[in-house]
Design a protein around this ligand. Structure first.
Ligand code: ATP
Length: 306
């Protein structure tokens, strides 16, 4: 058996409503995911036991410690989980090549886990059903089922219950990563703190319908008006420079800009591809962002490419 290569996309939450803290420690979410054209790839080859290497974004120089290369890596956990559920030995040599910056609110680790599941399913011939893979994905992390599904989807529960959603057309964005990674649990913790202190309203963006309507039929201006993220205020509180980054994006002509997930990525919505290319060039020259990428969505979820 030769090596199998799979890739999976980053995501932007075009709607992220965060409800109350549940007894299990997770928040109730109502989110709309959009998969965008920034992909990590996972190569799975035959091996003796598990071995893992990681190259690309977040692995050399600054931030090198962001992506673990041992059993803490979601790819490693995906391999152990699939092997256990299929009753096969966990033997594979895994190589992750990252284009998705780590701890950026873009679900890079989730993309890697989803790509690993489909690559190893092919390598090991485990023939897991779609439902089986979605179940394993939900055990690995709240965003992993969406990384499998891709496209546009409504996420409920803690985000792991995904329902594909109809969307017409293509949406162009500039992703700007402002500063070093932000910890997702820290941003949720700050949201709870601000709500408990009465500094943020406890009512939440439970209604995703405006974004869904804009995705069905609207021009970019309609989607721009409907974008919502309940984690934006706490992310801004922890990382005030994000405010400057959001302003830089709108002043440079973005239709709208919001923090992606828990940040620190700013997602700037553009009118079309040319606009996104121009905006990316302009923002790259401003020095507010560590990394700038023009992307579009929706794109498909995790799949074997070779
Ligand atoms: P979340 O999915 O929690 O919103 P995120 O999208 O902001 O997170 P990720 O790139 O998924 O960020 O990384 C979050 C953390 O997950 C990292 O700091 C790292 O410790 C851990 N991690 C585990 N496996 C991976 C992986 N393959 N790639 C990146 N990070 C990983």
């Amino acid at each position: 058996m030769t090596a199998v290569v799979a890739r999976a996309p980053a995501k932007v939450n075009v709607h992220l409503g965060v409800g109350p803290l549940r007894p299990d420690g997770f928040h109730e979410l109502r989110t709309v995911y959009l998969a965008v054209s920034l992909f990590d790839s996972v190569t799975a080859a035959p091996g003796d036991g598990l071995a893992l290497t990681v190259t690309g974004e977040g692995t050399g120089g600054r931030g090198a410690d962001l992506v673990p290369t041992d059993s803490r890596n979601l790819v490693w956990r995906a391999a152990e989980l699939l092997a256990a559920s299929a009753g096969v030995p966990a033997h594979a040599t895994l190589a992750v090549d990252k284009a998705i910056p780590a701890a950026a609110g873009l679900a890079g680790g989730s993309a890697d886990a989803a790509a690993a599941l489909v690559a190893l399913d092919a390598l090991w011939g485990t023939r897991a059903s779609r439902e089986d893979l979605l179940g394993l994905a939900a055990q690995l992390g709240s965003d992993v089922p969406f990384s499998l599904v891709g496209g546009v989807a409504l996420g409920a529960g803690r985000g792991e219950q995904v329902t594909p959603v109809l969307s017409r057309g293509r949406w162009d964005w500039v992703l700007g990563i402002a500063g070093e990674g932000l910890s997702t649990p820290a941003v949720y913790g700050e949201l709870d703190r601000l709500r408990d202190a009465g500094r943020l309203p406890t009512d939440w963006s439970a209604d995703a319908e405006p974004v869904l309507a804009a995705l069905r039929s609207g021009p970019p201006s309609a989607l721009a008006a409907a974008l919502a993220n309940d984690l934006q205020a706490p992310a801004l509180a922890l990382r005030p420079a994000l405010g400057r980054a959001l302003r830089a994006a709108t002043e440079a002509g973005a239709a709208s800009a919001l923090v992606s997930g828990s940040g620190p990525t700013v997602a700037a919505l553009c009118r079309d591809e040319q606009h996104a290319q121009r905006l990316a060039a302009e923002l790259a020259g401003e020095g507010v962002f560590r990394t700038v990428r023009a992307v579009h969505g929706p794109v498909p979820g995790a799949r074997v490419t070779r």
